[in-house]
Write a protein that binds this ligand. Structure first.
Ligand SMILES: [Ca+2]
Ligand SMILES: [Ca+2]
Length: 183
């Protein structure tokens, strides 16, 4: 599972790195992109981890206004540390109960950055996704709030807390249909 996650992150990184500066368009358009990262990829239970979310507007675009980013912490596995959201760059407010970051305005070739902390509660692989869910102007290569993994306005990070097996532990493993053995 961890490899799948890392592969997905790498893929999204490649997609994001292909963006190039463009000539000023004739109509007012924007090009927002979102990048997320987590401070510790393999924390222990009880650790406090820090998420960083960056939303940027590409060079030579119109100023983006009314930008809203949704950051969805997993329902289990981690707990938001109350009051930990900090707008590091730009302005805006974060509503932790809904995971909504009201970013507001982002000029061309500028970005806004927010960080917040969460406490690790359970073992497993835990994903955190972030996407632009609203902006006043059209984006040249992505659509708000469509959960499309290959668009640049969506990003996902994960961390994993290894599941430990001890002598005497018993586990029940279900095998998906079509597979007849384990290795
Ligand atoms: Ca975009
Ligand atoms: Ca999108």
């Amino acid at each position: 599972m961890a490899f799948v996650c890392l592969g997905l992150v790498a893929l999204l990184g490649l997609v994001g790195s292909t963006a190039k500066a463009q000539s000023p368009p004739a109509i007012a358009v924007i090009d927002l992109s979102v990048h997320t990262k987590v401070s510790v990829p393999n924390p222990a239970i009880g650790d406090i981890i820090t998420y960083t979310v960056v939303v940027a507007n590409a060079p030579n675009m119109a100023t983006a206004t009314g930008v809203v980013v949704k950051d969805g912490l997993p329902a289990d596995g981690v707990a938001y540390v109350p009051g930990s959201a900090l707008v590091v760059r730009g302005s805006g407010t974060y509503v932790s109960t809904t995971g909504t970051w009201n970013v507001g305005q982002i000029a061309a070739n500028d970005s806004s950055v927010i960080t917040f902390r969460a406490k690790v509660l359970e073992r497993g692989v835990w994903f955190n996704s972030a996407e632009v869910v609203f902006a006043n102007l059209p984006d040249v290569d992505s659509s708000p709030n469509n959960q499309n993994l290959v668009e640049d306005d969506y990003d996902v990070v994960c961390f994993s807390v290894p599941i430990l097996w001890y002598p005497g532990d018993e586990f029940t493993i279900s095998i998906p249909t079509g597979f007849d053995r384990t290795e």
